[in-house]
Every structure is written in C-alpha cells, then in structure tokens.
Write a protein that binds this ligand. Sequence first.
Ligand SMILES: Nc1ncnc2c1ncn2[C@@H]1O[C@H](COP(=O)(O)OP(=O)(O)OP(=O)(O)O)[C@@H](O)[C@H]1O
Ligand SMILES: Nc1ncnc2c1ncn2[C@@H]1O[C@H](COP(=O)(O)OP(=O)(O)OP(=O)(O)O)[C@@H](O)[C@H]1O
Ligand SMILES: [Mg+2]
Ligand SMILES: [Mg+2]
Lengths: 257, 257
Amino acid sequence: MGKVYTLANQKGGVGKTTTTINLGAYLAYYGQRVLLVDLDPQANATSCLGVDKLTVRGGTYEVLIGKSPAANFILHNPRLKLSLLPSSPALAGAEVELVGELAREYRLRQAIEPVADKYDYILIDCPPSLGLLTLNGLVACKDGMIIPVQCEYLPLEGLGQLTQTIDRIRSAVYPGLKIRGVLMTMYDGRTNLATDVVAEVRKHFPGKVFEALIPRSIRLAEAPSYGMPISNYAPGTPGAEAYAALAREILESDGVR
Amino acid sequence: MGKVYTLANQKGGVGKTTTTINLGAYLAYYGQRVLLVDLDPQANATSCLGVDKLTVRGGTYEVLIGKSPAANFILHNPRLKLSLLPSSPALAGAEVELVGELAREYRLRQAIEPVADKYDYILIDCPPSLGLLTLNGLVACKDGMIIPVQCEYLPLEGLGQLTQTIDRIRSAVYPGLKIRGVLMTMYDGRTNLATDVVAEVRKHFPGKVFEALIPRSIRLAEAPSYGMPISNYAPGTPGAEAYAALAREILESDGVR
Ligand SMILES: Nc1ncnc2c1ncn2[C@@H]1O[C@H](COP(=O)(O)OP(=O)(O)OP(=O)(O)O)[C@@H](O)[C@H]1O
Ligand SMILES: Nc1ncnc2c1ncn2[C@@H]1O[C@H](COP(=O)(O)OP(=O)(O)OP(=O)(O)O)[C@@H](O)[C@H]1O
Ligand SMILES: [Mg+2]
Ligand SMILES: [Mg+2]
C-alpha cells in the first residue's frame, strides 16, 4: 500500500502547490509511482503540469460528488512519470453541494481507496482555507500531512490556528490525523527574518521539521509557466536540488531507500 | 460619504493584507480618516496592527451574524490614526452559520452603513477564497475592488477565474461591482518573469493597473512582526515609498488631493 500525504496550510501562498508538484516529480524521478490530486478550485497543480483546467473532462469535483470513480479521470504523463487527478473550476461549488450530505468529510478518502494500490505515493494539494475541501484532504491522508511554511512572520503566526484545527479534526472526524512533517519554504538565509522563523518553527514542532530547506529561487516561480516541474525545467538549480533532497529524506524515513 | 474599497483575490499570498495595512496607513498619513475591516479568519490585518486576535472582545464575526453594531468593536489607534474592525478565529464559523440566512451576502454592507460617514476611506481585507466572506466584502465595496496581483505566473493565471466570479456577482447579487484598480505587488524588475507579468496584466486590464508598482522588499515582510505599518517601521524604504505613492495616486484620482 502506498503512502498518502496531504499538503495543507490555510495561509495563502506558502508553497503548497509548488511542493506537491516538485516533491511529486522527484519521487517519480527516484522510481516511485506517483499520483497528484488537485483539490484546489484554482487548479494550480493542474496547470503546473501543463493541463488546461478549462478543457478537463472531469476530475476531483466529479469524484467528490460521487458521479464517477477516480480512475476515469486520472491523467498520466509518461515523460514525467506522474499521474494527476485534475481540478476544474466546478470544484468551487463542491463545498456548498456537500454541506448537507452524510459522511461528506470522507468522500475523497473513499474515492482514493480503489486506486491506492496502483501508486507508491499519493500527494494531495489543498486550497488556502480550512473548509470542506481541505477537511476532505486531511481525512484522506492516512500517512500524515505535510505543512509548508513560508519563512516569514504572517505564515508563522498562522500555525497556531492550524494546530487548533488539527486537534479539532482529530477529536471530531479523524483521530489518526498526524503531521508527517513541516517544510520551510522560500528560505533566504541572508535575512534575519528567515533564520528567526526557522528557529521558532523548530521550537514549536520539535523533530517534525524536514532537514531540507527550500530556498527562494526564481526558477521555481518560472517553471509553472512552462507547464513542467523544476526537475525538467531547471534541474541542478538550488530549488531543484532542495526538492530532490526532500524526496530522498522522505524516501529514507519511509524506509523505501 | 467616504470611499469603501475591498482588497480581494482568491490566490493566496499576493499581498492583500500587506496592501490593506500600508495603503490604509498612508491614507491616514495624508490626513484621511481610515477604517480597516479584517474579514479574514486568519486575522492577519488584526495582528499586523499589533492586536492579539485571541483577546479581541468582538469584531467582524459578531457584526456579520447580527449580534451587535460595528461601532461597539471598532478599535482606534491614535498614534497611527487608524481604526480597525478586528477579526477573530470565530469568523471561520460565519460562512457555515450564514449559509441558510436571507440576504446573507449583504450583512457586511448593512453593518458598515451606520459608521460609514465617520470615515473618508474604509478598506476591507478578504481571505484567499471566493466564499461567503469574500462575497460579503465584494457586495460592501460601493466604490470598487482593488486586486493585488503578485508578479508571478500562478497569480496571473488566477485572474481569469476572478473576472468570471466578478461577472457572476454582478449578475446575481450586486450589479454595481466594479474594479477600482489592479495593483502589481512583489515586483522584482531584475527578472523577466515580473516584467512579462506586468505587461500581460496591463493588456488584460487596460487603464486599470495602478502606476505604483510595489517592489519586493524584506522590510514589508518584517513590519508585521513589530505590529506596525511600513510607514512607522521603515519609512523611506522602497516598499514604504511605493505604498505612499499608491495612496497619493488614489487620492488624486478620487479628487481628494
Ligand atoms: N521556493 C520558492 N522560491 C520562489 N518562488 C516560489 C517558491 N515556492 C513557491 N514560489 C512561488 O510563490 C508563489 C506561491 O507559491 P504556491 O502557489 O505554490 O503557494 P500555495 O501555498 O500553493 O498558494 P495558494 O495558497 O494560493 O494555494 C507562486 O507564484 C510560486 O511560483
Ligand atoms: N512587497 C512585498 N515584499 C516582500 N514581502 C511581501 C510584500 N508584500 C507582502 N509580503 C509578504 O508576503 C507574504 C504574503 O503577503 P500577504 O499576507 O499580505 O498576502 P495575502 O494575499 O494577504 O495572503 P492570504 O492569501 O494568506 O490572505 C507575507 O509574509 C508578507 O509579509
Ligand atoms: Mg496552491
Ligand atoms: Mg491576507
């Protein structure tokens, strides 16, 4: 059975999508079978892989409302060796449509189960909120959540609210929710702000912060406009090396390498 | 009657809060009476002004669910000459609580009316989503919305979805919704990505993009940890100068200066 990790943080712009795409790409590069699930109505993960969200036949929305099994919509890119369950703007309506439904938080978890044994890693990208979509993502991550934290003050501030939400989810819907790790992103070692934030996060999450520090690198911001991960767009650059190191660190601690 | 502008963009981390605080601070610096409304459960605008969101007696949440008039909770900072209707984590529950209510989109607009004539400018900071809170913010902005756009590809990509949502709001709830302006943020002129994005946005929003370009500046990211706007924390730095220029540009085109 493969691992299922969810990328979540209600603070916007901290690197959830960038981590989903590039960690996924390097796990595939190291020979793993990888599925990415785009749970964000913005469909950023979908467009980062060069897929046009407006032409998508179906995806996460259809799966969540129970119209169709996930296998019908999973796209595969043989060159990147990555699979994707794409998002579409229709997903924005799912939160309201599911409000009254039974077991609405378990929809994604149930939808992934039939395809789970085809993959070694499933990574789920969440929107910047703590609504029903993110809740579905957190209930589905049987092996834990990965929390990207931008090395700045406001993202640091938001961690308190996130841990409260995690506690609430554990007591109400999914006692097994755990933190797989906290990832520091957009790190600029020249600034005191970044080094202070890293020290602070390490204090609050002892033993949970990944060794790999993702540096701020313009190449990471450029790659999405070419529809490819950093492993293809600019291998060997600091951003690419950092995500490769993160993939190795995760494989090692998962006992795969 | 003062002007009411809402800062909105569902893309996370584009500078909505940073613009609300620092544009607000410079409008006050130029003698305007300014109220900031924090409509984000993250309560970032509240903490940027040094207010502890966990000790707030009441704020936007109480006002939206109709418990109490806004005037009861507005905090005033005489040193900064800024007023704030603070947020609190309880606001996260408002979306679900209001789902079945009548005229749920108009709550904020109705709540602001009794205090509107005490201020020359009211700026509303929205969360990174297009849910009921942002909808309230957009129905309340009688003088238009300000759209911060980070000078990178994924924020550019999100503009299509934002304009579709604006069209939907115009036809369904608020025909008077208009765009006051688009603000380019975290601009780094040394990269082609930034200059390409600015050119692209100017093409899609002819005549709507503010002249003022907000540069990427570490001082802007540091200021929130000191609980003060850039006008107090690091006046004279490029980030401060850019927000001062934006305030002057808005005052001029509003016929105030
Ligand atoms: N390490 C990095 N260095 C430079 N730019 C980065 C880095 N990581 C992400 N970015 C850029 O920063 C912006 C925000 O990143 P991203 O969209 O991945 O964050 P997110 O948390 O998924 O955002 P949202 O909350 O909107 O879903 C994007 O333009 C992205 O290209
Ligand atoms: N011009 C700038 N230069 C450098 N850093 C900036 C600039 N503007 C904002 N920041 C920093 O970037 C991060 C994102 O900005 P901010 O929180 O204002 O965006 P937002 O759109 O309000 O985010 P959210 O979507 O989470 O509400 C913050 O850490 C902020 O301090
Ligand atoms: Mg994202
Ligand atoms: Mg904000």
